[in-house]
Design a binder for this molecule. Structure first.
Ligand code: NAD
Ligand code: MG
Length: 344
């Protein structure tokens, strides 16, 4: 994408008279619905009756109805339920009810890109994905700021699909920060790669391997925990605030020298080659096919893998140590900054 396609300032009133249906009231749904309403837009929330977030949306003052009902009169339908329930939701509640010329909006391109949802040809299909968890999307908006958003148009029948995506990004506060143009393929593939290779998969496997290496060499698990897991936060905070440059400024010369000579020994060309393998599986649909099959089979392997992570010794020792660090307890953590419940 060329940098000229990115903008820092566009506001438009494309959605001023529109009815927006927000389906799902979790991490993203709640933040979007509240921000859109505070931006003066007309929002209705669509949820399953008896679902866990119905009461919460009502307590926040929204009109809450079943998804199909929310869709009927909507000019824009934001699909903010978990990705794996979206195909059924589309077939049952959206496809039979969405108005011709209305917009179907996603915050992640998975189902459209991997063809689990084949949107009707008479509607706009757009994407607006904030680059942050819902809690931050809300708290930044409340401070008069915003979280950068990436946006895309997959299908434009109204001739206004781009304006609608940008107006939605305005409404949730994204334009106050930055909008970056993307497409469904780029958003989906990079999002999956990031969480698999670096953020969730890469980082947790790196921590476990480091912990095992120290413990197997006879060091105390408590000390190993601090060195390879706990202190990771300090490093990531420095990355977040000022990149690798700031991290290097704030660690000792000894730590820097060790970084330069040992980092590439651990994360070597073999790791990068395997990252390319992970990316290939994402690009050619292998990952999506396996994940959908796993989900439909009732998550047998997922549950096993998850249990193994929960049973890892770093978790056992971590639980005991975290209980002794008062500032980590819920209230204190919240005061110090929203805990990141989830990343996309
Ligand atoms: P979530 O799990 O926090 O919330 C899901 C909501 O959908 C809940 O209100 C749940 O009750 C409701 N729901 C579940 N099944 C439903 C159904 N069949 N019908 C109606 N409602 C139903 O989800 P989330 O993390 O906010 O993710 C929503 C979308 O946003 C996903 O596409 C995700 O990839 C994307 N996204 C998430 C993040 C993030 O930080 N969490 C970031 C960017 C994009
Ligand atoms: Mg993701």
């Amino acid at each position: 994408m060329s940098p000229t396609s990115n903008s820092t300032h566009t506001t438009n009133d494309t959605l001023a008279k529109a009815r927006i249906a927000v389906l799902g009231y979790g991490s993203q749904g709640r933040a979007h619905a509240l921000n859109l309403r505070d931006s003066g837009l007309d929002v209705v929330v669509g949820l399953r009756p008896g679902g866990p977030t119905w009461a919460k949306a009502e307590a926040d003052g929204f009109k809450v109805v079943e998804p199909a009902h929310a869709v009927i009169n909507a000019d824009l339908v934001a699909v903010l339920t978990p990705d794996m329930v979206q195909p059924k939701l589309y077939t049952e509640a959206i496809a039979p009810n969405i108005k011709p010329g209305a917009a179907l909006l996603f915050a992640h391109g998975f189902n459209v890109h991997f063809k689990q949802i084949d949107p009707r040809k008479d509607i706009d299909v757009i994407l607006v994905a904030p680059k942050g968890p819902g809690a931050l999307v809300r708290s930044e908006y409340e401070r008069g700021r915003g979280v950068p958003c990436i946006w895309a148009v997959q299908q434009d029948v109204s001739g206004h699909a781009e304006a609608k995506a940008k107006a939605y990004a305005d409404g949730i506060g994204g334009t106050r920060a930055m909008l970056i143009k993307t497409d469904f393929k780029e958003e989906t593939e990079t999002d999956l790669f990031g969480e698999q290779a670096v953020l969730c998969g890469g980082a947790s496997s790196l921590v476990q391997a480091g912990f095992e290496t120290l413990v197997e060499a006879g060091y105390q698990p408590e000390i190993a925990y601090y060195e390879v897991l706990h202190e990771l936060k300090l490093i990531v905070d420095l990355f977040y605030e000022g990149g690798i440059t700031k991290m290097l400024e704030f660690v000792s010369e000894t730590a820097q020298y060790g970084d330069y000579v040992s980092g590439p020994r651990v994360i070597d060309a073999g790791v990068k080659a395997r990252m390319k393998g992970v990316l290939t599986d994402i690009q050619d649909g292998t990952f999506a096919k396996n994940w959908i099959a796993e989900y439909n089979a009732g998550l047998p392997n997922y549950k096993k893998y998850k249990q193994a992570d929960l049973d890892h010794p770093v978790e056992q020792v971590g639980k005991q140590l975290r209980a002794r660090m008062a500032w980590l307890q819920a209230g204190a953590a919240k005061a110090a900054g929203e805990p990141l419940k989830k990343v996309g």
